[in-house]
Ligand binder design. Structure first.
Ligand SMILES: *[C@@H]1O[C@H](CO)[C@@H](O)[C@H](O)[C@H]1NC(C)=O
Ligand SMILES: *[C@@H]1O[C@H](CO)[C@@H](O)[C@H](O)[C@H]1NC(C)=O
Length: 455
């Protein structure tokens, strides 16, 4: 009877919201909790069991009207290993640290990518496999499995905790922000969140793990930290700090936190640097294994897009999206069907049309060897403004000019036109530059600022 009520509720709600997922998510739930009924192999580890039990409870609580009891811990929509590990760690901590108190917290990690987009991150797949999680990422709650659209769900839940991003995506804006732990630039929002931690470290998982250990060590009795979780944490820190060897990125906090985690893991007898370099190598090899991917997959595998308000009364909001691609523009062109410049922009346009993006920015990076055989990091910025989503041609021309000027005039970039910049069409530009740290964390605020000042 319970199951029946469940389905009826879900069907009613499915009619009330635009999302096609409610019935899918609910119908899948009863079979996926049993192993052996389908192709999914259920994970063996303690961590897998916890993840799975939490997901099950969340999906049962939703139609029963208990969403208000839940805190959703969310990483950013790029869904890299750092976001995934940070969200899982914090959700685990919130639940276990309050389990025996008068105020137990129900917390679940949400990956803001779809289930299939996770396949575009081979390093995540490997890390989950290492953590003895179920195949197909089925222990994890992903955005396409939410039984209700985020705009509506945001109003019902207790709140969200942001990890590895500084501000909630527009679709979650109605949710109370209960905590922020991040290593991006502080946008100064949600000052009352608790904890509210911004610190420049290689991996956001460092900040989450440090906070977890600090709080854990103060409890009257420590809860159990499964070794799979500890290993996942070390993997995330390793990949973001190049095994603690990247001097530009790695901080003392990354190192001391990794050491504290290592001491609690099954690897406690290993040397920290050896272990972190091993992990980085294994996960890094998986991460670099993108050679079989086409341009569309490269655009979507690390896509971060959201709406941005502008001061202009004519166009209060535009869609802005970023991709990060570890290949040069020339290599990417070779991955298109016709292997020509026009096709890069055709595939890109099909992707941004589907995501409803007005301004898209591809951030490419690759390495070349200089004449002394030394490796040099080169970065490219590709800017495209469309005139058929939210803005018309005149507005697109003007917005393009504004954003282009922001990049041309940014003194730290010294951006130069790409070698074929002369062949690009209207409202398209490609630059190269050599500011080695200028990934999305640096470029996104520059472009957002330009968009927000566009009138
Ligand atoms: C968090 O900050 C965002 C951006 O300023 C704002 O829209 C939202 O209402 C804030 N949420 C809470 C709960 O304060
Ligand atoms: C909570 O209680 C359970 C059952 O008594 C116990 O196993 C667990 O260690 C306790 N956790 C904490 C953090 O005190």
């Amino acid at each position: 009877m319970k199951v029946k009520g469940f389905l009826v509720n879900a069907a009613l709600l499915a009619g009330a919201v635009a999302s096609p997922t409610p019935d899918q998510a609910v119908l899948r739930q009863p079979t996926s909790v049993k192993s052996g009924h389908n192709a999914i192999e259920t994970g063996e580890g303690h961590f897998s069991q916890w993840s799975r039990a939490t997901k099950r409870e969340f999906l049962i609580d939703w139609p029963a009207g208990r969403s208000a009891e839940w805190t959703i811990v969310q990483g950013n929509e790029g869904g890299d290993l750092d976001s995934m590990a940070a969200a899982l760690t914090w959700a685990y901590h919130l639940e276990h640290s309050t389990a025996n108190t008068s105020n137990p917290v129900k917390a679940i990690a949400l990956l803001q990518t779809s289930t299939d987009a996770l396949d575009l991150r081979p390093e995540n797949k490997l890390a989950l496999e290492n953590a003895r999680m179920s195949t197909g990422h089925s222990d994890l709650l992903t955005i396409d499995e939410l039984p209700e659209d985020p705009e509506t769900l945001a109003k019902d839940i207790k709140g969200i905790v942001l990890v590895d991003h500084p501000i909630a995506l527009r679709k979650w804006k109605n949710a109370p922000v209960l905590g922020i732990i991040d290593h991006h630039q502080d946008r100064g929002v949600n000052e009352t969140a608790e904890p509210r931690i911004f610190e420049k470290v290689a991996s956001c998982t460092t900040l989450v793990a440090r906070q977890m250990l600090d709080e854990l060590e103060k409890l009257p009795e420590e809860y159990h930290l499964p070794h799979e979780l500890l290993e996942l944490i070390l993997g995330a820190i390793a990949i973001d700090s190049d095994g603690l060897t990247d001097e530009e990125k790695t901080t003392e906090a990354d190192r001391t936190t990794a050491q504290r985690i290592l001491e609690r893991s099954n690897w406690r007898k290993s040397d920290l640097d050896d272990k972190m370099q091993d992990l980085d190598e294994d996960l890094g090899d998986a991460k670099k294994d993108l050679d079989g991917m086409g341009l569309r997959d490269l655009l979507r595998r690390d896509w971060k897009g959201d709406l941005v308000d502008t001061p202009s009364p004519r166009t209060p909001t535009v869609g802005l999206g970023f991709s990060s691609i570890p290949y040069s523009m020339d290599e990417q062109i070779k991955k298109t069907e016709f292997e020509e410049l026009f096709d890069w922009f055709a595939i890109e346009a099909a992707w941004t049309a589907g995501t409803g993006t007005d301004i898209s920015v591809a951030l490419n990076k690759y390495k070349i060897k200089d004449k002394h055989g030394k490796k040099q990091k080169i970065r490219e910025i590709v800017l495209v403004v469309r005139s058929d989503v939210r803005i018309d041609q005149d507005q697109a021309d003007d917005l393009f000019k504004t954003v282009k000027a922001a990049i041309d005039n940014e003194p730290t970039l010294k951006a130069k036109p790409w070698h074929k910049a002369g062949e690009l069409g209207r409202n398209r530009m490609v630059w190269t530059h050599e500011r080695s740290d200028a990934g999305r964390k640096v470029i996104r605020p520059i472009i957002e600022k330009a968009v927000m000042s566009w009138d």
